[in-house]
Design a protein around this ligand. Structure first.
Ligand SMILES: Cc1cc2nc3c(=O)[nH]c(=O)nc-3n(C[C@H](O)[C@H](O)[C@H](O)COP(=O)(O)OP(=O)(O)OC[C@H]3O[C@@H](n4cnc5c(N)ncnc54)[C@H](O)[C@@H]3O)c2cc1C
Length: 371
């Protein structure tokens, strides 16, 4: 088949590579004029790797990802550093963190030359016909796949966009400039209306993120100063991580997800993939993982000669939309701001055995072949 893919994020790249390796003629359109070197960390769990293995891409992605986290003590801490819950090693055994830009580069370099067209702002056809218009020129394909991210224009063009809704908090993300010793621990720290998380990356660097409950679209201001003000008094090595990161490399985004689940992931012969189909909050670390699962489903359905909207919806809607719902619910608990509510949450966490929390975390880390 001749297949057009819009968007060279993790979803579009995975689909392009998988389809190309199966012998399909793939064109990948990316509107950025060059591959961006920016980005922070991305956590990928076992479900992503099991899915990637099914289409022969697991090793490519493992090569660009960090150590599996089983060797780290993980779980939730209080800002004092007290462990509220320690996860059993199995809950994080398959977790790997990658630097987004490096992961993208690894996937791009595995594409056949000429597949990726940069500076190509692409649009789909409103009726779902597999026609792509790039810079005023329209070309027909057998299928069109829009992996154009959370602000997907394809979703709007197809007339199925419910809009985005603010999750109530903003997030900063950063990667240390050089090696940083996390002292054998990873995971999240939950305060009131604030969270801080850290994970090891390849090359000994560390990825961290911080969240704060604030009104939407608050002017960004000086990230470094604000982060130190909000998190500087938290346990080690929170302040040290902030100090080890160039302020200019810190990213800040308000967190949104889709205002309502889509009734279908596309129209006609045009399919939506990744955030375009089910943008979710990052609270379960599954946004990229679900984009990978979509891409693998596309490849496997094409392999079976069944790449159409009904089969794709059947394979992907239920699971990805459940993950999105759970992710938002997790974010609400993590961002609790009132002292009473956050205190009760922390007390409950202290009482719940790590194994139970681990079992809940592992629920989404398994992947099933979409037969
Ligand atoms: C703060 C934060 C932390 C996160 N942490 C994690 C995490 O730890 N783990 C995890 O799994 N997920 C995480 N996510 C979510 C994850 O980043 C996304 O779910 C994932 O990147 C989605 O991939 P995608 O391929 O669907 O879209 P994207 O990566 O957004 O890629 C879309 C691409 O499409 C291109 N594009 C857009 N419009 C056009 C057009 N008209 N023509 C051509 N190209 C176009 C864009 O330039 C972009 O390159 C996080 C998100 C945020 C905001």
């Amino acid at each position: 088949m001749k297949i057009a893919i819009i968007g060279a994020g993790i979803g579009g790249l995975t689909a392009a590579l998988g389809l190309q390796r199966d012998g399909h003629r793939v064109r990948l359109f990316e509107r950025q004029p060059e591959l961006q070197g920016i980005g922070a960390g991305l956590s990928l769990f076992g479900n992503s790797f099991a899915a990637l293995d099914a289409i022969g891409l697991g090793e490519t992605v493992r090569g660009a990802s960090g150590t599996e986290a089983a060797v780290f003590k993980g779980g939730q801490r209080a800002p004092s550093g007290e462990w509220l819950v320690v996860l059993p090693p199995a809950a994080t055994a398959t977790l790997r963190a990658a630097h987004r830009a490096e992961l993208h580069r690894a996937l791009v370099s595995a594409l056949e030359p000429g597949t990726l067209r940069l500076g190509a702002d692409a649009s789909v056809s409103p009726d779902g016909a597999p026609r792509i218009t790039v810079n005023g020129r329209t070309e027909s394909f057998d299928r069109a796949i829009a992996a154009d991210g959370i602000n997907s224009r394809a979703r709007r063009t197809l007339g199925i966009d419910p809009g985005l809704r603010y999750a109530g908090y903003t997030a900063w993300r950063g990667v240390t400039d050089g090696p940083f010793d996390l002292g054998g621990v990873a995971g999240e720290t939950w305060g009131r209306g604030h969270r801080f998380g850290m994970l090891p990356l390849p090359g000994g660097r560390a990825y961290w993120f911080a969240t704060a409950t604030v009104p939407p679209l608050e002017p960004p201001g000086d990230s470094h100063e604000e982060l130190l003000r909000r998190f500087g008094g938290w346990h080690r090595p929170v302040a040290e991580l902030l100090e080890a990161t160039s302020p200019a490399a810190v990213l800040r985004h308000d967190i949104n997800d889709l205002a309502a689940p889509l009734p279908s992931f596309g129209r006609g012969q045009t399919l939506l993939l990744g955030d375009a189909a089910h943008a979710m909050t990052p609270d379960l670390g599954q946004g990229a993982g679900q984009a990978v699962e979509d891409a693998v489903a596309v490849v496997l359905l094409a392999r079976a000669g069944r790449l159409g909207l009904d089969a794709y919806d059947h394979a992907r809607r239920r699971r990805s939309q459940l993950v999105a719902r759970r992710s938002r619910a997790m974010g609400r608990v993590g961002q609790l701001s009132s002292p009473v509510a956050a205190g009760l949450r922390d007390a409950a966490l202290r009482l719940v055995p790590g194994g139970m929390v681990g079992a809940a975390a592992m629920k989404f880390q398994r992947w099933e072949h979409p037969r």
